[in-house]
Design a protein around this ligand. Structure first.
Ligand code: FES
Length: 177
C-alpha cells in the first residue's frame, strides 16, 4: 500500500446515510399521493357502506283505514309502504284483507296464496271463503287452508290507534293456534 493510499483511508470521511434526491422525491410524492388518494377513496368507501351504517328509524306500521270502516266481512284495503333496499328506495302498493273476528278483534290477512303466490279474494264464489283464481285454493275467514294450498294465509301485524287501523310486517298466521 502506498503512502498516498494510507493517507486517503485515514482521512476518508465517515459516510452518513443521506437520502438521495431520488429517495426524497419518491417519499414526498408517495406520501402526498397516498394522502390525496385517502381523501378521494374514503368518501367512496363511506358511500359504499352507508346504507349499512344508517340506523333504521321510524315505525314499520302504515296507516290504512278508519277503524269504523272495518266489519265482520273481510274487505280489501290497499296501502303503500316505503321500502329501502340498499340504495334503492321504492313505495310499492300492497293490500290486506281486514275484518273483525267474533271477539271484535281486528285482523288483516295477506292476499298472497300459499300455493304459488296468486292473489286471493274473499267470497269470489259466494261460499264465504277466500278463493284463489289460479288453482282453486280455498281458505277460511281466519286464513286456514282448506284445499290445494299447503299453509294458512299469512297475517299482517295490526294495531289500532286514534281510530285508525295500522298494518305492520307480515308474519305466519297466528289465528289458528
Ligand atoms: S296459486 Fe293459488 S291455488 Fe295455486
Amino acid at each position: 500500500m502506498s503512502n498516498h493510499e494510507q493517507h486517503d483511508s485515514a482521512h476518508k470521511p465517515v459516510q452518513r446515510k443521506e437520502m438521495s434526491r431520488r429517495q426524497f422525491l419518491s417519499y414526498t410524492l408517495g406520501g402526498t399521493t397516498a394522502f390525496m388518494m385517502g381523501g378521494a377513496v374514503l368518501p367512496m368507501v363511506r358511500f359504499a357502506v352507508d346504507p349499512l351504517l344508517v340506523k333504521k328509524t321510524g315505525s314499520n306500521f302504515v296507516k290504512v283505514v278508519e277503524e269504523s270502516k272495518i266489519t265482520d266481512e273481510p274487505q280489501e284495503f290497499k296501502f303503500k309502504i316505503h321500502q329501502v333496499d340498499g340504495w334503492y328506495e321504492s313505495d310499492p302498493e300492497l293490500s290486506a284483507w281486514i275484518s273483525k273476528d267474533a271477539n271484535n278483534n281486528i285482523f288483516a290477512l295477506s292476499p298472497v296464496c300459499k300455493h304459488l303466490g296468486c292473489t286471493i279474494a274473499w267470497n269470489a264464489k259466494g261460499k264465504n271463503e277466500y278463493d284463489c283464481p289460479c288453482h282453486d285454493a280455498r281458505y277460511t275467514k281466519d286464513g286456514k287452508n282448506l284445499a290445494v294450498a299447503p299453509k294458512p294465509l299469512d297475517e299482517y301485524e295490526v294495531k289500532v290507534e286514534d281510530g285508525f287501523v295500522y298494518v305492520g310486517p307480515v308474519r305466519p298466521n297466528t289465528r289458528l293456534g
